[in-house]
Write a protein of this length. Structure first.
Lengths: 261, 343
């Protein structure tokens, strides 16, 4: 009985709630500070990071890719896939897949950046593969040269305005609007899913920067022709004209031929 | 039956007409509009219409002014967008006000009674017809068209001969050269290096990693002054490297690839769109125009869609410096079918 008296006498009824909030802020802030420094640092791969990555891989990826990433009937081998593939597939939310289908869909990212880095470090430790470039090295390209390269190499699938497009049997080339430059770079280097590989001998690193600059230009600059209706070409534009322009003409015709009251 | 026969009236011409059994009901009683009956409503409509006309004038003046408020700045594409949008919207709205006002005026305020304009017969009267025949006969007599037959026939002969030069002239509008040169041959020949589109950098076999797709033009097309686009349209090639175990090669074409690297014409055999949507896992090529699909692993056989023939394969090899070169031109014409095609 004395305990209840004590609590009522000395503590405000909301004090426990305040305490919980303070505790959450402190632990969350500390976590953010730790993770912030972890991703900002040049991240020399430590043995513990690789070990963490191995554990994360075993619990999240191994059912399809195999415990030592050797691959299975359900998923390809990741030996030699490199850190860049992991960054692209997991960092864009495509992996882990939510179900089998024609193509891995983009979803909200399932892991934190340190977890992705750990898995990437473990996959990279299996065999040499493409590494994740510094984000700062992917800046300063020439968008006009990038546009020409994009038209030759990318536009047939991804649409000249980067709006994406359909492929065969339910597969598709995704939209390239507002994509992290590292992921654009990773897609060219690793050739995820059905996308062909565009190695540095095909499109040089400087040319890749140009393409990234072109995509950035598209993101930052509105369509000069006005509303682009998704930049999907004749289908969306034709639909718009048929519905609104012809609809307007029909309405005017009805008004013209109706008797005035 | 006898009754029916008596209905038929034979006119002076050959046409047979039946009298209409329905009586002309005449017009419906005139429908009075609110503006006919109430002078206030009519004045209201008048004010409304003149307001529309005034608005149209204001919008036209606004379009003129907006052209200076949103000028086209050279080099700034967005300024063109705003200029076109605002000036265009003002002009269009001004025209719309004018049109709506005019139609509303006609519908609401102009006289509303109905009337019929009878259609006139098209046949001229007998005197006019007789005069026309007379004119022709007179002309014939004066010119001697039927009498002087030599004159008439030589004139007809001369007129028939006149368009003959046009046949030769119009024929010469077609591109020069034989069909063989125009459609069967491309710029590929023995030893021509495969280079990257658009910069013309030659490609080494070791550059083409598994899963890669290179867009390729022939080395000798770089710097071509005349007919560059026509030649590029015929000689564009897609270069891909497949894992060796995925590639099924016919016995007679085993020497056409190099270590899993294959080169195929990019021009669809259906109607000539560039086929370049390559899926590196299924090894299928999709044509974006009509959804023809080609299986790169099986010599680009058509597996879906309207294309009739596989894409032509370019035989490739590697030269002494490791660069990819063509062994020869395509061994069949690239692109869509045409009548004179051998197969």
């Amino acid at each position: 009985m004395s305990r209840t008296v004590n609590r009522k006498g000395r503590r405000h009824p909301l004090s426990s709630l305040v305490l919980i909030l303070v505790g959450l802020f402190v632990s969350g802030g500390a976590y953010a500070a730790v993770t912030g420094t972890a991703s900002a640092a040049d991240a020399p791969v430590s043995a513990s990071q690789i070990e963490d990555g191995k554990k994360l891989f075993a619990s999240n990826c191994a059912s399809c890719h195999g415990l030592s990433a050797q691959g299975s009937a359900a998923g390809p081998s990741l030996i030699g896939a490199g850190a860049l593939s992991v960054e692209f597939q997991v960092g864009s939310g495509r992996m882990p897949m939510s179900g089998s289908g024609p193509q891995a869909e983009k979803k909200p990212v399932q892991f934190t950046q340190p977890e992705i880095d750990a898995m990437a470090a473990w996959v990279a430790s299996l065999a040499p593969g493409p590494a994740v470039p510094e984000a700062s090295s992917l800046a300063g390209g020439d968008p006009s040269n990038g546009a020409e390269l994009f038209r030759v190499n990318c536009a047939m699938c991804h649409n000249v305005a980067g709006a994406g497009g359909a492929l065969t049997e339910g597969k598709w080339a995704p939209s390239l609007r507002n994509i992290d430059p590292v992921h654009v770079y990773a897609a060219m280097v690793t050739g995820p899913q059905n996308m062909p590989v565009f190695s540095d001998m095909n499109i040089t690193p400087a040319e890749k920067n140009d393409i990234i600059a072109y995509l950035k230009f598209l993101d930052e600059n509105p369509s000069v022709g006005g509303m682009d209706l998704g930049a999907l070409g004749p289908v969306s534009e034709g639909l718009f004209v048929w519905i609104f322009a012809l609809g307007g003409l029909v309405a005017i015709t009805i008004w013209l031929s109706a008797k005035s009251n | 039956m006898a009754d029916k026969k008596s209905d038929v009236v034979t006119s002076a011409g050959s046409a047979v007409s039946r009298p209409d059994r329905l009586q002309n009901p005449g017009f419906e009683p005139e429908h009075k509009r609110v503006h006919d009956e109430s002078p206030e409503r009519a004045r209201g409509a008048e004010r409304g219409i003149s307001l529309l006309f005034a608005l149209s004038g204001i919008l036209s003046a606004a379009a003129f002014t907006l052209n200076f408020i949103f000028p086209i700045v050279p080099g700034d594409l967005l300024s063109t967008r705003y200029n076109n949008m605002f000036v265009g919207l003002a002009i269009a709205a001004g025209l719309l006000c004018l049109g709506v006002g005019a139609v509303h005026w006609a519908k609401a305020l102009m006289h509303g009674h109905e009337l019929v304009e009878e259609r006139h017969t098209t046949r001229g009267d007998d005197a006019t017809r007789a005069r026309a025949v007379e004119i022709f006969q007179e002309a014939n007599k004066e010119s001697g068209w039927t009498r002087r037959r030599l004159l008439r026939n030589s004139l007809i002969g001369a007129l028939v001969a006149m368009p003959i030069p046009a046949i030769a002239l119009l024929r010469d509008l077609a591109p020069a050269g034989t069909l063989e040169e125009k459609l069967v041959h491309t710029m590929w020949e023995k030893g021509v290096r495969l280079t990257r589109d658009p910069n013309g950098v030659p490609i080494k076999a070791s550059d083409v990693t598994i899963g890669s797709a290179f867009h390729v033009i022939p080395e000798n097309i770089i710097g071509l002054e005349e007919g560059f686009l026509n030649e590029k349209a015929k000689s564009a090639v897609l270069l891909m490297r497949l894992p060796l175990d995925a590639l099924n090669e016919a016995e007679d074409r085993k020497g056409w690839s190099y270590d899993g690297i294959v080169a195929y014409s990019k021009i669809c055999t259906h109607v000539g769109c560039p086929v370049a949507l390559y899926e590196q896992q299924t090894h299928h090529l999709l044509c974006p125009c009509h959804q023809s699909q080609f299986d790169v692993a099986n010599h680009c056989a058509v597996i879906f869609g309207p294309a009739a023939r596989p894409l032509p394969q370019l035989p490739i090899a590697v030269d002494a410096e490791g660069y990819l070169v063509a062994q020869s031109d395509f061994l069949e014409p690239v692109g869509p079918s045409y009548w004179e095609r051998i197969r």
